[in-house]
Design a protein around this ligand. Structure first.
Ligand code: ZN
Length: 155
């Protein structure tokens, strides 16, 4: 360090950058998203070797390492396996959602794995593991996971 910087207080500024990007979803995720968008139907892949049904769908079975899979319909209803509540408005939370925001791991009927998504139409204190939930589709669907707006309790 040269003398010209001696005694200068280091300054730190916080800011935010916005980085637009494109992401190729691939044929498996694309088919899944198109089904959500056009048919409001949740589809998964089933391994023809071990029979495990993956949601989100997988191109190949991570247990058998085979690409021998088939598409299957799963229910829009399932069981909440776990959840967490964000009580602050983190940057990763979409602006249209206001804290507290509830994330849940939902295992839909017919699937062997869980889908991470938002829970809605429920207060955090009324959420419990094991509760039954149902997908609520967005009015305007764009071919993303947010075509499912959220999962609500089955009443
Ligand atoms: Zn398998």
């Amino acid at each position: 360090m040269t003398d010209q910087f001696k005694g200068i207080e280091p300054m730190v500024y916080e800011s935010m950058i916005n980085i637009p990007y494109s992401w190729w979803a691939g044929d498996t995720a694309s088919r899944f998203f198109i089904s959500l968008r056009d048919e409001k139907k949740i589809i998964a892949t089933r391994c023809m070797t071990c029979g495990k049904t993956y949601l989100p769908p997988r191109k190949s079975c991570p247990a058998c390492f085979t690409g021998d899979t088939e598409w299957v319909d799963v229910s829009d209803e399932g069981t909440l396996l776990s959840f967490t509540v964000a009580r602050r408005q983190f940057a990763s939370i979409p602006r249209e959602l206001k804290a507290p925001v509830i994330w849940g791991l939902v295992k839909l009927d017919g699937a062997d794995t869980a889908l991470l998504h938002y829970l809605g139409d429920v207060k955090p204190e009324d959420v419990s593991i094991g509760m039954r939930v149902k997908a609520v589709f967005a009015e305007e669907r764009k071919g993303t996971i947010r075509d499912i707006s959220h999962f609500r309790p089955v009443r």
